[in-house]
Design a protein around this ligand. Structure first.
Ligand SMILES: Nc1ncnc2c1ncn2[C@@H]1O[C@H](COP(=O)(O)OP(=O)(O)O)[C@@H](O)[C@H]1O
Ligand SMILES: [Mg+2]
Length: 459
């Protein structure tokens, strides 16, 4: 549903207190405020930015609102003594159910924990207030319904307000990065659309569909299908795309460390978020992470083992990444192109360092002999690539020819570390050339790849 299509009331028409606040009783004041809030929800100052499982999300610009309403949204939630920066943009999360209070309370606690534990780089958006609002006007009830809020017979809606994080959630950033990377495919598929403005406007679900389209993947199931088959297919698609997204360097390692500390701090205080995934992590303009959406969170006694176990035993987190899972996602997102190269190398070579350690531990006598022989040759002036060849062949045989030429690669690596890098590089170049000049049926492309990988590694 397009929020722009909704009839919006101009701010001037919202009215002010009918009675002078000085005269009004506390109760009357509250009722007046309720009515003004009702009108604010349908005013042009409020824009729907999201539809979630629990209700809807409005962004509210309080700049031109009547002072009383503005004050209400700038109120500091109890026990929060910090200096106020008077942020004009608020986020209203409007619940259809009755879990709002719980979410608000846990968000408040979580914010306090991260502050008290002095966690760096990770925050929880400042919760401002929680209110149960009885919708009295039929017009406004209709308007809210058209936004996706189901209003029950009691006509009560729950509203959490908090400071808007000036940034994006990680899911959006990930998908945007992916689409930008595939700009030419995008332009081909949508010649009439401008990429940048499209990315700014489009909601996350459409963004996901767009990414699937660009990646040539068809998801048979809708985003709201919760069946095991649908979840499985989504997970498979996510893995495929995440491989690609992982190297965009959206975050750095510091982010992963900070987030990990933040989650541990929350757990220490008995707060389990239980719905941590990229859409519930915001990254603000200064690069700080903000954990949002405590709608599935649970508070337990951290001293009681049975309580701690119960956190992971039931609830929606079964099909979603757990509090621990997000760390690996964030680590993935902090990879760079250099990491990608390193990983391909390792996956082709095996990790040469590991193999090296294994060889030396398995046959230490042969290993020390090998090292001694290389060192001794070092004293000779002319150490040719034939010498390299001889030593390598000899020790490869002594070690008992490993599969995939990995022993040879490990020996070459060690030799280059012993001050014979130049010679090893020349040896590799020569080998690649000879191997390439062989007849197709005798040539080992695999061996060429291995040599090439080591060559890349050393150069
Ligand atoms: N404080 C905030 N500032 C800015 N955007 C927010 C904030 N809280 C939520 N959002 C945006 O709204 C989306 C939905 O909010 P969330 O609290 O996760 O609701 P739900 O419970 O429906 O998932 C988030 O993924 C994020 O993009
Ligand atoms: Mg959410």
């Amino acid at each position: 549903m397009n929020p722009e299509k909704q009839p919006k009331r101009p701010i001037e028409s919202m009215g002010y207190y009918n009675i002078t606040p000085e005269q009004a009783t506390a109760e009357e004041k509250e009722r007046e405020l309720d009515q003004m809030l009702e009108r604010v929800l349908t005013s042009e100052a409020a824009v729907k930015i999201n539809e979630g499982n629990n209700g809807i999300i409005l962004e509210l610009d309080t700049t031109n609102l009547p002072e009383e309403v503005r004050d209400y949204f700038s109120e500091n939630s109890e026990d929060d003594s910090e200096e106020d920066e008077k942020v004009a943009l608020k986020l209203l999360k409007i619940y259809t159910g009755t879990e709002g209070r719980h979410e608000y309370d846990l968000q408040k606690k979580a914010r306090r924990v991260l502050k008290e534990e002095k966690i760096e780089g990770v925050k929880v958006p400042k919760p401002r207030n929680f209110r149960e609002l009885v919708i009295t006007s039929d017009d406004i009830a209709k308007h809210l319904k058209s936004l996706g809020i189901k209003i029950g017979p009691e006509r009560i809606v729950e509203i959490i307000s908090m400071d808007l994080v000036p940034g994006q959630d990680l899911a959006r950033l990930m998908y945007q990065a992916y689409v930008r990377e595939h700009e030419s495919e995008f332009n081909e598929a949508y010649p009439d659309l401008d990429l940048e403005s499209h990315l700014q406007r489009i909601d996350v679900n459409s963004l996901i569909n767009l990414v699937h389209h660009l990646a040539g993947i068809k998801n048979k199931y809708s985003n709201f299908d919760d069946s095991p088959q649908a979840s499985q297919e989504r997970a498979q698609i996510a893995r495929t795309i995440n491989q690609d997204i992982a190297y965009k360097g959206i975050l750095d390692r510091k982010h992963a460390d900070n987030l990990s500390k933040a989650i541990s701090a929350l757990h220490k205080h008995g707060i389990y978020h239980r719905d941590l995934h990229p859409r519930n992590i915001m990254i603000d303009e200064d690069g700080n992470l903000e954990i949002i959406d405590f709608g599935s969170a649970k508070e337990i006694n951290p001293e009681k083992d049975s309580d701690v176990k119960s956190v992971y035993q039931s609830g929606p987190e079964h099909t979603r990444p757990s509090d621990r899972g997000i760390i690996s996602i964030v680590k993935q997102l902090s990879k760079t192109e250099a990491d990608r190269e390193q990983e391909t190398r390792i996956s082709r070579l095996g990790d040469p360092e590991t193999l090296l350690a294994k060889l030396s531990a398995k046959k230490p006598k042969i290993w020390t002999d090998f090292i001694a022989e290389v060192k001794q040759k070092q004293e000779t002036e002319d150490f040719t690539s034939e010498d390299v060849d001889k030593i390598i062949s000899l020790y490869e045989n002594l070690f008992g020819r490993g599969s995939d030429h990995k022993i040879r690669i490990a020996l070459l690596l060690e030799m280059s570390k012993l001050g014979r890098k130049e010679e090893v590089i020349n040896y590799l170049k020569a080998k690649i050339e000879t191997e390439n000049s062989r007849n197709k049926q005798y040539r080992s492309d695999f061996l060429i790849n291995q040599y090439q990988s080591l060559l890349d590694f050393l150069s």
